[in-house]
Structures are given as structure tokens and as C-alpha cells.
Write a protein that binds this ligand. Structure first.
Ligand code: NAD
Ligand code: UD1
Length: 337
């Protein structure tokens, strides 16, 4: 099976490329490198001993998409490509709607033209919005609080409607919770540009001395220790979830929406303590005001992933903390783009 990974040079895409190559799939990547480096795929090739060809191009450009499909038959697409920073999406909503939605629409059109019917899409737990009871189940009502979230919500809608109109299509919408960590080799990982916005990359940069102290955003949430609770999932477990989704989609038609999480919530202070213990380091932190837009608690119901995809996360929080630090330690300047 030959699989196109749009955005495959990015954090989750590169880990998924590695996982698919190891499982015997052929892979081709289309990425405009707006938030990634080709070095990630060179390292994937080194680790697997297999080729992961990269076409530098844009998913919003039909000619670039066609260039990829002209390289030979593509059996399935995993669509990672998109902008992903929540705060930036509030400042530049049109850029987000334009990039993330044009990419999804043009990709679907070109897939149809070339007779490719299988698509796995990177959605997010952000589509569950706020004020939900936990754990979050796929049939819960959805709604978003920022343009980034709406691009995921609308892309889900577009793909669901496209599949309803085309009985050959198979769509799996994967709602990721909080991916963290890195491949155990320490050769590929998350390489945020500038000061990290997310918790684990920030903790890693405090550990390395690049940043001074962690700011814990709020300790007055209705959670056991007052800090925000999230469902952190090892990026390699997440990558394996995509393999399971591809296997499912190859055998079934229509649309499925599936959470990819562990089903367990950890607080910010749980993460700090686990990171310190796993790596024998100290993370200095200050308690700061809440970050606007944050919710208290978010974790997945993972029953459907088990039943439909026969997949569940295997790696522990200790694995996530060790692997995140191993990557940071070995690559203090990321891929040095
Ligand atoms: P990432 O930024 O590392 O990867 C996205 C890739 O898409 C980058 O390599 C970027 O260069 C590329 N890209 C962006 N727009 C493109 C375009 N128009 N054409 C071609 N390439 C384009 O992000 P990631 O963390 O690997 O996330 C992958 C997907 O998963 C994204 O769609 C993201 O919204 C979604 N997601 C991520 C998280 C997370 O916490 N990382 C959580 C939920 C959902
Ligand atoms: C964020 C995005 C979400 C995206 C997810 C995965 C926002 C509002 N949401 O989720 O759409 O799908 O990333 O990448 O940006 N925290 C600190 N100090 C920090 C950073 C974070 O205390 O320096 C806390 C946050 O308040 C939160 C937890 O750590 O309680 C996790 O934060 P983060 O890693 O940014 O992920 P989310 O906010 O869950």
C-alpha cells in the first residue's frame, strides 16, 4: 500500500512516516515546510533504511497535489497538513481558514480525480469545545472557541459530506488529545519555532536551561491539585493509531470519528513531577494566572478506538517524559532549520 502523508515532515507526520515504513508501507510526503524541516525525513530514512520521498509543495495548490498523484498510484492519504497554533489563529483567522480548509477541499478533489478513496484526517479534541462531562465520547456535541478549532470542525464536516456523496470513500476522523514525547531513538521529535506554547516542549527547554522557569497557568481549577488536567499521549502511540486507522479504512466505507488518547488525565504538576523523576532533574516553576481560553479538564473516552480500530495507547507517562527529554538533550537546537 502506498500512502501520501500531507504535512508528513512535521512532528506527528514524521513519526507516522517512520511507523508506516517499519510496517512495510510505501510512503510519499507533500509538505510546504512552513513549520518543518526536510531533516526530519532524512532521519526517518536513516532509522528505517527505507525511502520517504518528499515533494515540497502546497496542499492548497492543485498543481502541487497533482504532481504527487502523477508519481504513481496512491492508495490512501493521511492529511496532517495545516496550521495549528490556537493563539495565532485568533490573530490571523483568514490565514487559518484559507490554509486549512483550502488544503482539505483541494486534496479531496484531486483524490477523486485520481481514484483515491481513503483519507485519514488529523482532527483535535478541541472540537469538543468547553463545558463537557469527561471522558469525552465521539458522539458528544461539538463546537469550538477559536478559528483553529473551527477549521478542524469544518474539515470534519467537509469530509463527512464528501463521503456521504461518494459511496466509495472511506474517511477516518482522528481526534487527537495531547501528543507529546518523541521517538525512542531521540533522532526525531517536536521542533517548535520560537518559545514553545505547549507544556512539554516548554518543560524540556527549562530542563535544558534555554528557558528559566515554567509558568504554571492557574492552580485554582476544579481539579485535584488545581492545575489543568489533560490526556497526554505518546506520539509513537499516536502514530500507531494511524496505522490502525488505515487498516480499518481499507476494509470499510463511510465515515468514522475516533478519539486518540489514553483515557487518563494528568495535571500540569503531575507532568512536572513525572518529568523530574524520569530524568532526575528539577524543573523550577511559578504559579501564574490562568491562560485565557484554557479549560480545567480534558480527557478521552477510548472505548471506540479499542472496538473499531483495535488500538490502544501502550506507552506510559514515564516513557513520554524520558523520550521528550532524550530528543531535547540530543538536539538542543532541534533540526537547526
Ligand atoms: P506540524 O506543524 O509539525 O506539522 C504540520 C505540517 O504541515 C508541517 O510540516 C507544515 O510545514 C505542513 N503544512 C502546513 N500547511 C501546509 C500546506 N498548505 N501544504 C503543505 N504542507 C503544509 O504539526 P503536528 O503537530 O505534526 O500536527 C499535525 C496535524 O495534527 C495538524 O493538522 C494539527 O492541527 C493536528 N493536531 C495536532 C495536535 C498537536 O498537539 N500537535 C493536536 C491535535 C491535532
Ligand atoms: C493546546 C491547544 C489545542 C491543541 C493542543 C495540542 C490551546 C488553547 N489549545 O491544548 O488546541 O490541540 O495544544 O497541542 O492552545 N500549561 C502551563 N504552562 C505552559 C504551557 C501550558 O501551565 O507554559 C498548561 C495549560 O494551561 C494546560 C496544560 O498545560 O493546562 C497543557 O497545555 P498545552 O500543552 O498548551 O495544551 P492544551 O492547552 O491542552
Amino acid at each position: 500500500m502506498r500512502v501520501l502523508l500531507t504535512g508528513g515532515a512535521g512532528y506527528i507526520g514524521s513519526h507516522t512516516a517512520l511507523c508506516l515504513l517499519n510496517a512495510g508501507y510505501d510512503v510519499i510526503v507533500l509538505d510546504n515546510l512552513s513549520n518543518s524541516s526536510p531533516e526530519a525525513l532524512r532521519r526517518v530514512e536513516k532509522l528505517t533504511g527505507k525511502s520517504a520521498p518528499l515533494i515540497v509543495g502546497d496542499c492548497t495548490d492543485r498543481n502541487d497535489l497533482k504532481r504527487v498523484f502523477e508519481t504513481g498510484p496512491i492508495d490512501a492519504v493521511i492529511h496532517f497538513a495545516g496550521f495549528k497554533a490556537v493563539g495565532e489563529s485568533v490573530e490571523k483567522p483568514l490565514d487559518y481558514y484559507d490554509n486549512n480548509l483550502s488544503a482539505t477541499i483541494h486534496l479531496c478533489e484531486v483524490m477523486k480525480e485520481y481514484g483515491c478513496h481513503i483519507i485519514v484526517f488529523s482532527s483535535s479534541a478541541t472540537v469538543y469545545g468547553t463545558n463537557q462531562t469527561m471522558p469525552l465520547r465521539e458522539d458528544f456535541p461539538t463546537g469550538c472557541t477559536n478559528p483553529y478549532g473551527w477549521t478542524k470542525w469544518i474539515s470534519e464536516r467537509i469530509l463527512t459530506d464528501a463521503a456521504a456523496a461518494d459511496r466509495d470513500m472511506s474517511v477516518v476522523l482522528l481526534r487527537y488529545f495531547n501528543p507529546i514525547g518523541a521517538h525512542e531513538s531521540g533522532c526525531i521529535g517536536e521542533d517548535p519555532s520560537g518559545i514553545p506554547l505547549n507544556l512539554m516542549p516548554y518543560v524540556c527547554q527549562v530542563a535544558s536551561g534555554k528557558l528559566q522557569r515554567l509558568r504554571v497557568f492557574g492552580n485554582d481549577y476544579p481539579t485535584p491539585d488545581g492545575t489543568g488536567v489533560r490526556d497526554y499521549i505518546h506520539v509513537c502511540d499516536l502514530a500507531e493509531g494511524h496505522l490502525a486507522a488505515l487498516r480499518y479504512a481499507a476494509e470499510n466505507r463511510g465515515t468514522q470519528v475516533v478519539n486518540l488518547g489514553t483515557g487518563v488525565g494528568y495535571s500540569v504538576l503531575d507532568i512536572v513531577k513525572a518529568f523530574e523523576k524520569a530524568n532526575d532533574l528539577t524543573i523550577p516553576y511559578d504559579i501564574c494566572p490562568r491562560r485565557p481560553g484554557d479549560i480545567a479538564t480534558c480527557y478521552a473516552d477510548v472505548q471506540k478506538a479499542k472496538e473499531v480500530l483495535h488500538w490502544q495507547a501502550k506507552r506510559t507517562l514515564e516513557d513520554m517524559c524520558k523520550d521528550a527529554w532524550n530528543w531535547q538533550k540530543n538536539n538542543p537546537r532541534g533540526y537547526e532549520k
